[in-house]
Write a protein that binds this ligand. Structure first.
Ligand code: SF4
Ligand code: FES
Length: 169
């Protein structure tokens, strides 16, 4: 069934229960996103960049997980949304080399597009560096299920045994 959704004051049509992120993007609205994939039924929702506000909901929600409901009214920009997106962006950059001039993705990179659209600086000089030389904490039992590595949005976690692979990531 087709629903009517109002995004930034403009009415669009979208399928009930489809994801708000794709409905917005398909209708010409940009919402920053990195981890969403169209062919995955259950979104990872790990990059935390796609926050939007929905009238009647107390807190911003991630557009990649939010189902379309008839009559929903959506805001794509607000100080709250901006703060949340900026924190997520900083987390991503805190573990990033940012050597754009030597990078294959330069000029066609999603991080660069998001930085431009959100007016974020593409720099991590103001962020604390992650120290990868810390000892492994062996005080907790670990059954090597890899769940922590899979969900970590900034790749700060890594495999104890490098030859192991993280499935579907
Ligand atoms: S071009 Fe993009 S992926 Fe490459 S270093 Fe720059 S920000 Fe990172
Ligand atoms: S696209 Fe990554 S959390 Fe929504």
């Amino acid at each position: 069934m087709d629903c009517t959704v109002i995004i930034e004051g403009r009415e669009i049509k979208a399928k009930a229960n489809s994801r708000l992120l794709w409905a917005a993007l398909d209708n010409g609205f940009f919402i920053p996103n990195l981890c969403a994939l169209r062919n995955i039924p259950k979104p990872f929702a790990s990059c935390r960049l796609c926050f939007v506000e929905i009238a009647g909901q107390a807190e911003p929600v991630t557009a990649c997980t939010e189902p379309v409901v008839d009559g929903m009214t959506v805001k794509l920009q607000s100080p709250r949304i901006n703060r949340l997106r900026k924190s997520s962006f900083d987390l991503l950059l805190s573990n990033h080399r940012l050597d754009c001039s030597h990078c294959d993705r330069n000029k066609r990179c999603d991080l660069q597009i998001i930085a431009r659209s959100e007016h974020f600086k593409l720099t991590n000089k103001h962020l604390k560096k992650i120290d990868f030389n810390l000892p492994i904490d062996s005080s907790h039992p670990c059954n090597s299920c890899l769940a922590c590595v899979t969900v970590c949005p900034v790749s700060a976690l890594y495999l104890k045994q490098p030859q192991m692979k993280v499935a579907n990531v």
